[in-house]
Design a protein around this ligand. Sequence first.
Ligand code: SAM
Length: 284
Amino acid sequence: MQPRRVARRILGEPLTRRVRLLAGGTVPEGPSGLRAGARPGGGSLRRAFDRLPAPLRRADLTDWAWHFGTDKWGSHWYTPHYERHLGHLRRKRFTLLEIGVGGYDWGAGGESLRMWSAFFPRARIVGLDLVDKTRLSRGRVVVRRGDQTDPELLRSLVTEFGPVTVVVDDGSHRPEHVRETFRILFPLLPDGAFYAIEDTQTSYWPGWGGSLDRSDPTTTMGLVKDLLDGLNHEEFLVADAAPSATDRTVRAVHCYHNLVVIEKGDNEEGSNRELVPGKEGAPA
Ligand SMILES: C[S@@+](CC[C@H](N)C(=O)[O-])C[C@H]1O[C@@H](n2cnc3c(N)ncnc32)[C@H](O)[C@@H]1O
């Protein structure tokens, strides 16, 4: 996004968000004890803020993204989508696994883990990264080192921390890794789980393992398009089109700019094709 568009978007934020953020004193310490990006606040501002009506005081996921400095808002615009799909888990106990902790220097990274931990105060947040970020583990936040395509590692994380209700793949963004991670992890998730894949734009970028051919079936978006067909597997009229386990257990696929959120659940509602004339492709 152009800098002017970013500035316009940020300056155009609702007043409530700016009030909530300015009142930094109301922001509890992050899970790692690192108040990254914490705004100065407290004192009279804090007291004034505390007198605001409750709805004004309730920070949303985008507030937390701003506060902790993850690019899930500001560079990308993912947080409202996440809030729409995951908001119902806010007070629940569950496990969120994020692949890709971030930060290129030894002391950096973990912004999104802090955001998740603040937004989901009862959740276990597990971060996985190829680079050693394990020092960011603290309290409910656990960080492990490893490759997102390592099946043993992924299975052991699910065994240790599962059931995993939310997966966020913000790792290498290389389609072959994204697809392999999904192939390993998705079957291990419970019904009702959400599996998000970020930065799907790499599907179109050969330098990232994507392709200039938009119909290339090996990209991340190729996977997503297969999932869309799979949603309708009960309508296929080809005799040998046996549904895959994924076809039967993907209940919804929500696509946004550079982000996909896949919902796991029963996808065997049954077809109405026996009632519909022309089911063999002939005009009714
Ligand atoms: C975009 S950053 C994550 C940003 C972070 N989730 C946030 O929103 O603040 C991507 C991270 O993925 C990690 N990564 C790259 N390839 C990986 C792989 N094969 N397995 C696990 N992590 C990987 C990188 O080391 C980097 O820290």
